[in-house]
Structures are given as structure tokens and as C-alpha cells.
Ligand binder design. Sequence first.
Ligand code: AKB
Length: 312
Amino acid sequence: MKNSIKLIIGAAGQIGTELTLKLREMHTNSSVIASDIREGNDELMHSGTFEVLDATDKIAIQAVVEKHHISEVYLMAAMLSVTAEKHPKKAWDLNMNSLLHVLELAKEGVIKKVFWPSSIAVFGNSSPPIYTPQKTILEPTTVYGISKLAGENWCAYYKDKYNVDVRSVRYPGIISWKTKPGGGTTDYAVEIYHKALADGSYECFLAENTRLPMMYMDDAIKATVNLVNADLPKTFTSYNIAAIDFTPSEIAKSILKYIPAFKIKYSPDFRQKIAESWPESIDDSQAKRDWSWQHTFSLERMTEVMLENLKK
Ligand code: AKB
């Protein structure tokens, strides 16, 4: 797969942008095609080919795949937890149809490999909240979580029935500075850095002791790239991956070390209930065993890097 051409669907989003840039750096700019329904930031647009692509349109996906001789697809387009609660049917259509289109293209042999991210949103109130295991009760409470769980089952089905090479991780909340996230419950952990620098204060939509699993972007990209290139067991698994977990008050404390006058106020809203249905921490021992997953960034290091880069 060294010289395979890669297509990122949803390349203008928070993870899609950095994944595209990383793959372009690792391979060549011309072997990584970015696509999204809207244009991305300057770095993304100027570093290689970009195609406007609606992820729900199978004919359009196939046309781009054939035009560029794509063999690997990274399907990063999705509606996240908060937006999906506002538009359940639209979220289901985007999150499911895009996946089924890509899996069908893989089944037909048009593409060879698929990466599709799931999320900690597959867990619900009945899952054990601390060190949530890989295999456990999965009763999601959000439309987003329901779509991710159904997606995991579809991936397992296509792998088992049609031997489709599809790989997946359950991302926790992802924190980064290049592109802002949109519509997620874990977005507060990005907003807080922006507001700390711009206003010296932040009004948090989660309660101060709400602990959630999180990860710095570089670790999320490393997990994605390593998983796609690993030799894996035959059965499909959407892998739990863990890095750090913290509460709003703990991330605020880490910011206070750099901005001593920083103030935080807690005004939990409807997003609190979503956060409370998700794990506090994740057991990722199977990812460690199967493909040697290991995170790098601590909360302290992440705060340092976030503030340093956002200041620029
Ligand atoms: C969200 O908050 O919806 C996402 C996720 C945890 O998948 N960041």
C-alpha cells in the first residue's frame, strides 16, 4: 500500500484537516486527495488536490475514486453529538449513508482499504464508566452514538461477509488548535483555550467535575495512521483508544499555570446529560496488544502546546 492514492472525505473538518496534512507529509501531496462539501483552511487547500464532495452521494464518491485511482478511503465526514440531537434524521442520513457507500465500493473492489472513526458515544449510562472495557454493554443515548454503534456493526458485517478491509477506532474528545471542532459535547476543551487567550475567562457548558476521555490531536493522528498500517487480527474491532481524562476544573487549573488571571464559570446546559452518559476513562488494552497503541501527550503538555500555538 506504499504508493496507494488516498482520499479523505470530510477533509476540512477538525480531524480531517490534520490527517490530510500528515498523510501528505508522510507520502506525497499528489497521493493524498482532500474532499469535503466545503473548502478547508489555506494550508489544506494549497498543499494538494481538493474535490468538492457530498459524502451522501455514492455516484459522486465513485467518480472521485475513479478519477484519482483511489485505493484507501478515510471517511471523516460526520455530524457530531450536539448537532445530531438537533437534526436526528439528517445526522442518520449523513453518518450511515456515507459509510454504506464507502463499504459498498470496497465490497465491489473499487477501493482496497477503509478507515472509519467511531466514538466513545457508542457507550451509554449502562456501560461501566471507569476504564470502560472494549467489549461491554452498548446502549447509546444520542443519535450520534446510535449511528456510530450501527456503523461499527456494519463494518463488522462487511468485514465478515465480504472480507472488506475496514479499520476503526473509538475516538474520545479530540483537542487541537489548527481547525476548530463543530457540534460536539467535548468541544468545550478546545473553546476553553481560545477564550482563555481572547477574554481571560470562559463560561463552561459542562459542570466542573464532569470527567471525560480526551486526546491531543497528534495522538489521534498517530493512532489512525498506525492502525491503518498494522497487521490486525481477522475479526473487525472498533478499538477503544485512551490518552488522558480530565474535568473542566482540571483543564482550567492547567491553564491557570500560564494565565494566572484566568476565570472559569460553570453553566451546565443540555450537553451535561450527554457528557454524563459517556465514560470517564477508557480501557484500551486491546489496542495496546493488537497494534501497540500508546499515547504521548499529557494534559500539561497539551495545554502548553495549545496556548503556544493559539497565541501565534
Ligand atoms: C462529540 O463530542 O460529539 C465528539 C465525540 C466524542 O465523538 N467529539
